[in-house]
Ligand binder design. Structure first.
Ligand code: GAR
Length: 207
């Protein structure tokens, strides 16, 4: 059984999707053993508490830079004996001390079709604002491994939704969450926990 540590910063609907998927048996071979938040008081922590999952808060604002913050995260991941780290709405970019120590063991969900609308500065609603401003007709979400470059690691799964003429960023975000993120993130986690993701030449393939 692999130890899954989930990193969050906000409402935690993706965390909830993972908790539900574990309960219903969609996630095989892994168990959420800890939730770490970069902010105190967020609803994701309550979701973890409601399901008796141990939590830790490592506030980003208490660290002067990304390197010192990432070292604190790395210590926590090592203490928790993480086999898989899931960034589920985690709004901080991790330094290479973490991404190298956990290479191909960190999975992120990004709310767009990478390589569009991604990289530094593209997170949460900003991603959907940018997609609507561009006028794309299709958007979606990407589940990918995390490496040293923001949103540039090997893609595991992607799913799409159609963009409607009167969409607001909030409406598009919700459609992408419901139809793609909450389904594909648990699926990718389950594939990882069953060793069903293969890396060839830096690209990820489902076996
Ligand atoms: C999700 O849409 C997730 O894809 C996005 O933030 C939202 C978090 O929602 N993540 C990013 O933008 C990361 N770059 P949640 O807290 O309800 O899961």
């Amino acid at each position: 059984m692999k130890n899954i540590v989930v990193l969050v910063s906000g409402g935690g609907t993706n965390l909830q999707a993972l908790i539900d998927a574990e309960k219903s048996g969609i996630i095989q071979g892994g168990k959420i053993t800890c939730v770490i938040s970069s902010k105190d008081g967020v609803y994701a922590l309550e979701r973890a508490n409601n399901n008796n999952i141990p939590t830790r808060v490592i506030p980003r604002k208490e660290y002067s830079d990304s390197v010192s913050y990432s070292k604190a995260i790395l210590d926590a991941l090592n203490e928790e004996k993480a086999d898989l780290v899931v960034l589920a709405g985690f709004m901080t970019i991790l330094d290479e001390c973490v991404t190298k120590a956990y290479a191909y063991k960190i999975i992120n969900v990004h709310p767009a079709l990478i390589p569009s609308f991604c990289g530094e500065g593209y997170y949460g609603l900003k991603v959907h604002e940018a997609a609507l401003a561009y006028g794309v007709k299709v958007s979606g979400a990407t589940i990918h491994f995390v490496n040293e470059e923001a949103d540039a690691g090997a893609i595991i799964l992607q799913g799409t939704v159609e963009v409607q003429k009167d969409d607001t960023p909030e409406v598009l975000q919700r459609r992408i969450m419901e139809n793609v993120e909450w389904k594909l993130l648990p699926k990718a986690v389950s594939l990882f926990c069953q060793d069903k993701i293969e890396i060839v030449d830096g690209k990820a393939y489902v076996i």
